[in-house]
Design a protein around this ligand. Structure first.
Ligand code: MN
Length: 250
């Protein structure tokens, strides 16, 4: 029996988490460890300045009052008797494409799995509104069934975005690279009742630069995008820049 750890960033009560846990149930022994409250855009934050409490909110469902990263770390190091075979995160309410993977707590939970040496997949439903996680959960099950038992490269994860479409209108999976977000009108500046300015980040829907092989385009075309991500951020092309710098003491 494969062991599957399920987490997310929308919190332990999110419908997408339950849909994912249910979809995983026929495929393995499922444990859910998720944040007590919503942690969207928590990125890869680790809680180090206050203690973390854990609460059992259901059979094999634990809530931690921390971040997605805290959840996966504690699950693997403290709560589970053995290493899971797979970490799955989601299903997030809203897409995590392009640069969003940098801010995403959903992706971070999967990334933490990869850091701990466990194959991991992040799932997002590319809609802020649709509450129908069923088709996305079916796609998640299809992918995980294919992945379990396969050996994957170390320190590697998959980022999956599923269009909010009925099952029969999803075209299948398409391998895609991270797209690129065009930042415009995404900060709202207003005045509060006491006359002071306030700012609200993330107002507008994201706009994406057009690229035919991007995750954004795949979802637009009705496919579930799959993007392999690595943890090594080294930019090899940067060595040339460094070589050209005069770094001698003057
Ligand atoms: Mn979220």
């Amino acid at each position: 029996m494969k062991r599957i750890l399920v987490s997310n960033d929308d919190g332990v009560h999110a419908p997408g988490l339950h849909a994912l846990a249910q979809a995983m149930a026929p495929l393995g022994d499922v444990t859910v460890v998720a944040p007590l409250t919503e942690q969207s855009a928590a990125s890869h934050a680790l809680t180090i300045h206050h203690p973390l409490r854990v609460r059992e909110v259901g059979p094999k469902v634990l809530a931690v009052d921390g971040t997605p990263t805290d959840c996966v770390l504690l699950a693997v190091r403290e709560f589970l008797d053995e290493l899971p075979d797979l970490v799955v995160s989601g299903i997030n309410q809203g897409g995590n494409m392009g640069e969003d993977v940098i801010y995403s707590g959903t992706v971070a939970a999967a990334m933490e799995g990869a850091l701990l040496g466990i194959p991991a997949v992040a799932f997002s439903l590319a809609s802020r509104e649709s509450r129908d996680f069923g088709p996305a959960a079916d796609m998640a099950a299809r992918l995980v069934r294919a992945l379990l038992g396969k050996s994957l490269p170390p320190r590697f994860l998959l980022n999956v975005n599923i269009p909010a479409l009925p099952e029969d209108r999803i075209q299948g999976f398409r391998a895609a690279k991270l797209g690129s977000r065009v930042y415009e009108d995404d900060i709202v500046r207003k005045t509060d009742p006491r006359g002071r300015d306030y700012f609200w980040i993330g107002g507008a829907d994201p706009v994406w630069s057009k690229s035919p092989d991007s995750d954004f385009q795949a979802v637009q075309d009705g496919f579930a995008s799959i993007t392999p991500l690595r943890l090594d951020h080294t930019a090899e092309e940067g060595y040339g820049v460094l070589a050209g710098l005069d770094l001698e003491r003057s």
